[in-house]
Design a protein around this ligand. Structure first.
Ligand SMILES: Nc1nc2c(ncn2[C@@H]2O[C@H](COP(=O)(O)OP(=O)(O)OP(=O)(O)O)[C@@H](O)[C@H]2O)c(=O)[nH]1
Ligand SMILES: [Mg+2]
Length: 283
């Protein structure tokens, strides 16, 4: 499956970022803590050269804490870029991320500091803006492409924060990266095949988090032998059947994906620094 999802506003946002990143003092690049490399937009790397930028590993409450620690160490030691893991809806944590960023710029107190929040869809950019503002300024939601325009909020201490729409790129490759992004919720459901993504998620969970699977789905008396076995067992236990009693794999896959995205299966990281290293070695 080749995932392509590049609605018009993303091209507009690309232009917006090209025009405005040079005019701000710093960039908060919001990544998904469960997939910090898959959720990096290469465009942001290109546009932010020489610009103060921190990587925010958001949704860290949904990620495997031990893997998040590995990611923070990876960014610090291997990539040599500042990174911080937060749960963007927590005021203290959002402020800590902002302060970490502000502390890295030379400030003229008389002048406003402009900070731009960027990243792929659904990583929690608008949530962070709202948390910093202490009120709901930007619309948020658990589907990608909620924000369609740049939005500014002025905070105390002479700081302006700009929220921007999440953007991807026209063709998402390789396939594994597209699957990770789709499973996390960064790609519109209209552009993905639930069965294929469910199959991918089942493989990831069986390989990396078998115990969490057994805990979540108590109808599993033993570990399913493979991905289709798991999806079929979920279908039977949750009554996912088509007419004539035929197993509805698609519906079962949707249940698995929803449970995974919402954290019901547990704190799960979709990739580790080791995965990235081995992928690079095979290129
Ligand atoms: N568990 C958890 N959920 C979060 C966190 N931050 C944001 N969310 C949820 O993630 C979803 C997406 O949040 P948004 O703030 O709309 O994401 P966005 O990056 O602005 O998305 P676009 O505008 O589509 O690019 C919402 O359902 C939020 O409630 C977090 O730290 N932890
Ligand atoms: Mg948004």
């Amino acid at each position: 499956m080749n995932i392509q999802w590049y609605p018009g506003h993303m091209l507009e946002t690309k232009k917006l970022l090209k025009d405005s990143i040079s005019k701000v003092d710093a960039v908060l690049e919001v990544l998904d803590a469960r997939l910090p490399v898959a959720s990096e937009n290469p465009l942001v790397n290109n546009l932010c050269k020489g610009k103060t930028r921190i990587k925010i590993l958001n949704k860290s409450d949904l990620a495997d804490p031990s893997v998040t620690d590995m990611w923070l160490s990876y960014f610090e030691h291997q990539r040599k870029v500042p990174a911080i893991a937060v749960c963007g809806s927590q005021k203290y944590q959002a402020e800590k991320a902002l302060n970490y960023c502000i502390s890295r710029i030379t400030r003229n107190r008389a002048r406003k500091v402009k900070v731009m929040v960027v990243g792929i869809p659904n990583t929690g950019k608008s949530t962070i803006l709202n948390t910093l503002a202490g009120k709901k300024i930007a619309k948020t939601g658990n589907v990608p492409a909620i924000t369609r325009h740049k939005q500014r909020t002025s905070l105390k201490n002479n700081i302006d924060v700009y929220d921007t729409p999440g953007i991807l790129w026209p063709v998402i490759e390789p396939k594994e990266r597209a699957f990770v992004l789709a499973a996390s919720g960064a790609i519109s459901d209209t552009a993905i095949d639930y069965y294929e993504i469910g199959f991918f998620a089942a493989g990831l969970l069986l390989k990396k988090y078998p115990d969490l699977l057994l805990q979540r789905y108590d109808f599993l008396t033993e570990l399913p032998k493979d991905e289709s076995d798991l999806i079929e067992m979920i279908a039977r236990a949750r009554g996912c059947f088509k007419k004539g009693g035929i197993i509805h794999h698609q519906k079962a896959a949707e249940i698995l994906i929803r449970d995974l995205r919402s954290g019901l299966i547990g704190k799960i990281s979709f990739e580790t620094p080791k995965d990235i290293e081995s992928a690079n070695e095979t290129i």
